[in-house]
Design a protein around this ligand. Structure first.
Ligand SMILES: O=C(O)CCC(=O)C(=O)O
Length: 269
């Protein structure tokens, strides 16, 4: 559960970084699986063919940036980190009820030789959901319908490529209107020691940030929604073969289908 300060930060800025969430043993297994995936998967070439649901893919692959998604089926530690009890408890607290898995991506990045400063106007700003329908009020507080949790698998300091966000944009503002006049002080960069988790509303405008230090950054990103929301894209669905291999608790999380509760019984206590 978020404490009062963390709830204040979430509601004011649209994000919060919670320290000491994930243990080193699990992070180490996840990093090793990511390194293996980096060696094994070729870079996906865009073509017209639909991508099979859940099949792990390297969507970006340069010497400085490898991004994978979907990835949850690649290694058991990926589902384990998505369902980490502390991460799930905070995700449910922010969303306001049981959560369904929405998507999972992870990335390994390091400094590009040409990056020596950050120009905030040139970052890859985006959001996944509009401000109007990404939030609801319940029992005196705000809840967010689509959130992401980014687990820092390595320490992230000021120069280490922490996710850039424009605080407050979970409530208002558009990329088109804000970016031409954006100034560095309007941007926060999420930082914290390994094991911290950045939780944010997908309505918050955010971006990958160039790394200026010589540190390699590993992060795991999982999206959470209430069970009644539809999947963002067919590629993020998990495969039937994967669902057959997991237990009931995992299947409920991955599909949103509960044997005893309809999807819309959410929050009907
Ligand atoms: O890599 C990051 O820091 C940001 C990831 C991102 O932009 C996203 O999850 O949409």
């Amino acid at each position: 559960m978020l404490n009062a300060k963390q709830r204040f930060l979430m509601d004011t800025y649209g994000y919060v970084v919670v320290p000491n969430v994930v243990e080193e043993d699990l992070m180490s297994r996840v990093r090793q699986a990511m390194d293996r995936m980096d060696r094994e998967l070729p870079v996906h070439q865009l073509n017209e063919e639909p991508w099979p649901p859940g099949k792990p893919r390297k969507s970006t692959g340069t010497p400085y940036f490898s991004k994978f998604g979907p990835c949850i089926e690649y290694d058991p530690s990926f589902l384990e980190i998505a369902m980490h009890p502390k991460v799930m408890a905070i995700a449910e607290d922010i969303v306001g009820g049981p959560v369904r898995y929405e998507e999972q991506e992870c990335s390994i990045n390091s400094k590009h030789p040409e990056d020596d400063h950050i120009d905030v106007k040139k970052l890859g700003w985006h959001r996944g959901i509009g401000t109007d329908f990404s939030v609801f009020n319940g029992e005196g507080r705000k809840h967010y319908l689509w959130i992401k949790a980014i687990v820092f698998l390595t320490d992230i300091g000021p120069e280490d490529g922490g996710t850039s966000v424009i605080p407050g944009t979970q409530n208002k503002g558009t990329v088109e209107d804000l970016i031409p006049d954006l100034e560095p002080w309007m941007v926060h960069r999420a930082q914290g020691p390994a094991g911290s988790v950045l939780f944010f509303s997908e309505a918050l405008i955010h971006s990958v940030t160039p790394i200026l230090s010589d540190k390699k950054r590993y992060i795991m990103i999982t999206g959470y929604v209430p069970p009644f929301m539809r999947e963002y894209s067919a590629e993020d669905w998990v495969s039937e073969a994967f669902l057959e291999k997991v237990g009931e608790k995992e299947r409920i999380f991955l599909t949103g289908d509960h044997p005893k509760r309809s999807r819309y019984s959410y929050r009907r206590l």
